[in-house]
Design a protein. Structure first.
Lengths: 485, 251
């Protein structure tokens, strides 16, 4: 998948100017957050359930190498084939080669952000193999060639008229309609056909259980269940951090995942696969391939700060809670992952140099941290990345900041280390700023501050600072009144 | 009569000195003796948020040296208090001696409303006014410090004042420090939304505990809704004390 994160601000502007996006964003994230909160209240002790999820994910990432080895041994004992993919190319090559060997002209897919990360559909297409997305939202996004708007609802922002038109154009729909049930039924009929005599299906993985070698998927449409049970060959792609120690851990993570993602106590379909079809079983794939994708995650795990990001379970709750996502939606983030989880994951996987302003597109409001069922401290992570960027850290691909910015912060610290200089500097700032004042209001200063003044004023800076007032007050023991507005 | 060291954020010092004065007034009124170390400058929050940690450390060391002998430190800024209380430890992760000093300092630093309600045990400061107030839950104050009940208790206890429950109270105003300038279109959309919620609430006044939010929301109101007012909690309370706004803060 092409990385367009460097154009964050431009894409954000397009979305800010898109009336439909704005109307949609005013409703959905708030509604989803409310549903999530209500679902959490159904826990006997919501805070304990929340903390328990943090503990499970914390243990998982601390024991990652050992858990993955256990998972591999148990999955293979179940008859699955485990392939360790170092990067996207290795994973794509494995899947393409497998599809060729199995004589698959097309494969079906369950919605998975990890195959978005891989750019799997493009890799398959280049080999002449069609990938059919079978999640309704992902199917629509695929037909429209749109990146996911939301990690849980990839096409959730697409107007129904646009869905009607693309369905008509692609032969999914016979007679134009905007009735959602009819549209859903048309997509189901179209896709159901793909599941008949299916050679190969590809899905992601929500949770992998080390103790049992089981891969678990959560969904609401049943398409993943079809993907897993119909084909002769099933490929499940997981990023390596998806593993948890035990089935009991997995069951708790399912409880917080479903509540955090969609406000459900449980998704409509939860599928547990421990190996391919065995003797005497009526369905299931003949071969189960599990691809464990690294793609930069081992390096993330080596640094205690970035390791924390591997806690993520892709529930999307942070997107719904984020004020910035709530204004610009998923497209500006420019890759498979959006919102706060994308902001902490994408720079670590793709480097700071190519992810532009992503690490600064944050008000540090901390709502993501508060809501995260996996215990990620997104703001602290972003601040760490900013630090690495300032340092031009080669490991993270930091670019360093402009000489102007570095000088400004150095000057700030220098002046701030000398109180008398600090006072002098305050007087200079006041004089410069107030020179631009009209009628007690500052409405612009320089081009560098035009962002602030695009929607806001500043009051005339008062003639005396608090410091001055305190000294005068201490001398005169006399109250002073505000001079400015 | 506890002696309370005033931790005045640079924004308050330079742009909103009245907020600092009102903090002192309020604390004096409640029987504390406010003191002010005139050699204080900046806690390093802006440098830290910008990723410039060497500079932030330089300022943080100075802050620690200036304040570490004070038994009680109070600031009218949730975000600055969060920096000192919770970020210094991370900032000095590789300097155990400074980290220890930062950790020793942290529990003695209070956000103003937190200090008044949790430490002094006061909710009714003796203020009175017939006014309907909406309280803005500043993100650092609410999400990072977990302070929300305290300021609301203080407002509720003002005789004649009504505290509105309103939709959007805990929605971010879009300030975010340099974010407000460098991501201006997003920041502006957020402050516009925040103010729309406030106007819907029907309250006369929007009160908050963070000078950053105040500059942002106040600056937007001044430009677009000059009849509406945003105010720091310290000023809201101090101006409504029986002796009126002119009470000497320094006695």
């Amino acid at each position: 998948m092409e990385l367009t994160t460097a154009r964050f601000k431009e894409t954000a502007q397009v979305e800010l100017d898109n009336a439909r996006t704005q109307k949609f964003l005013r409703l959905l994230p708030i509604r989803l957050s409310a549903r999530r909160d209500a679902a959490y209240r159904s826990f006997a002790d919501p805070e304990a359930a929340h903390a328990y999820g943090h503990a499970i994910r914390g243990e998982a990432i601390e024991r990652l190498p050992e858990l993955l080895k256990t998972f591999e041994a148990n999955a293979e004992a179940n008859g699955a084939l485990v392939f360790w993919a170092a990067d996207s190319d290795a994973a794509n090559a494995y899947i393409v080669d497998l599809a060729r060997r199995k004589g698959a002209r097309y494969v079906t897919k369950g919605k998975s952000m990890i195959t978005e990360e891989l750019g799997l559909n493009d890799a398959l297409a280049a080999a002449g193999i069609t990938a059919w997305e079978t999640d309704l939202g992902e199917f629509i996004a695929q037909l429209l060639e749109k990146p996911p708007f939301h990690i849980v609802g990839p096409a959730i922002n697409i107007p129904v008229e646009q869905i009607r038109d693309i369905f008509m154009a692609r032969g999914v729909l016979d007679t134009p309609t905007i009735d959602p049930v009819t549209l859903g039924r048309a997509a189901r009929r179209f896709l159901r056909d793909k599941f008949r005599d299916l050679r190969m299906g590809v899905t992601g993985v929500n949770i992998a259980v080390a103790d049992t070698g089981t891969v678990i998927n959560v969904e609401n449409e049943g398409n993943i269940r079809f993907n897993k049970s119909s084909p002769r060959t099933l490929v499940c792609v997981m990023s390596l951090e998806k593993v948890v120690p035990t089935m009991a851990d997995a069951l708790h993570m399912l409880r917080v995942l479903c509540r955090s993602a969609t406000g459900q106590a449980a998704g409509a379909y939860i599928t547990f696969d421990s190996g391919p079809r065995r003797e005497g079983e009526s369905d299931g794939p003949e071969e189960l391939h599990i691809i464990v994708l690294d793609n930069g995650r081992s390096a993330m795990a080596a640094d205690p700060h970035t390791r924390e990001v591997l806690r993520c379970i892709r529930c999307g709750a942070c997107l719904n809670a984020c004020p910035v996502y709530g204004k610009v939606g998923g497209y500006p983030y420019g890759w498979a992952y959006s919102g706060p989880m994308g902001q902490v994951l994408t720079p670590a996987l793709r480097g700071l140099a190519d992810t532009g302003d992503l690490i600064r597109a944050c008000t540090l409001c901390h709502r993501c941290k508060v809501i995260c069922p996996a215990g990620i401290d997104h703001p602290a992570t972003l601040l760490y990345y900013r630090h690495k960027d300032v340092q031009a850290d080669p490991q993270m691909g930091g670019r360093g900041r402009s000489a102007m910015e570095r000088l400004a912060y150095w000057g700030h610290a220098f002046v701030g280390s000398h109180p008398r200089l600090w006072r002098l500097f305050a007087r200079i700032v006041r004089r410069v700023a107030n020179r631009h004042a009209h009628d007690g209001t500052i409405s612009r200063i320089t081009r560098r501050t035009e962002g602030w003044f695009s929607s806001r004023d500043l009051p005339l800076l008062p003639q005396d600072t608090f410091h001055d007032r305190w000294r005068q007050g201490a001398a005169a023991r006399k109250p002073r009144k505000e001079v400015s507005s | 009569m506890p002696t309370v060291s005033l931790f005045i954020p640079c924004l308050v010092d330079l742009v909103l000195p009245r907020v600092g004065e009102c903090t002192a007034t309020l604390l004096s009124h409640l029987g504390c003796k406010p003191i002010y170390h005139s050699e204080q400058t900046c806690c390093g929050l802006m440098a830290f948020n910008g990723g410039h940690r060497d500079e932030a450390r330089r300022l943080a060391r100075r802050f620690i040296r200036v304040f570490e002998h004070d038994p009680l430190i109070v600031s009218p800024s949730g975000s600055c208090v969060h920096m000192v209380k919770q970020r210094y430890a991370e900032l000095f992760a590789d300097e155990p001696a400074w980290r220890a000093r930062a950790l020793a300092l942290a529990p003695r630093v209070y956000e103003l409303s937190q200090f008044v309600v949790d430490f002094l045990g006061v909710q009714d400061v003796g203020a009175a006014d017939e006014v309907t107030v909406a309280y803005h839950e500043s993100c650092s104050t609410l999400n990072a410090l977990g302070v929300s009940a305290q300021p609301k208790a203080l407002i509720r206890a003002v005789r004649g004042a009504t505290l509105k429950e309103w939709q959007g109270a805990d929605v971010c105003c879009g300030f975010g420090g340099t974010f407000a300038n460098s991501f201006a279109p997003i920041s502006s959309a957020l402050v516009r939304q925040k103010v729309a919620f406030f106007l819907e609430s029907g309250a006369d006044l929007l009160v908050m505990c963070d000078p950053g939010c105040l500059l942002n929301i106040g600056g937007y109101l001044h430009r677009h809704h000059p009849d509406k007012q945003a105010m720091h909690l310290a000023q809201f309370l101090a101006d409504r004390l029986p002796d009126g706004p002119a009470r000497d803060a320094w006695s």
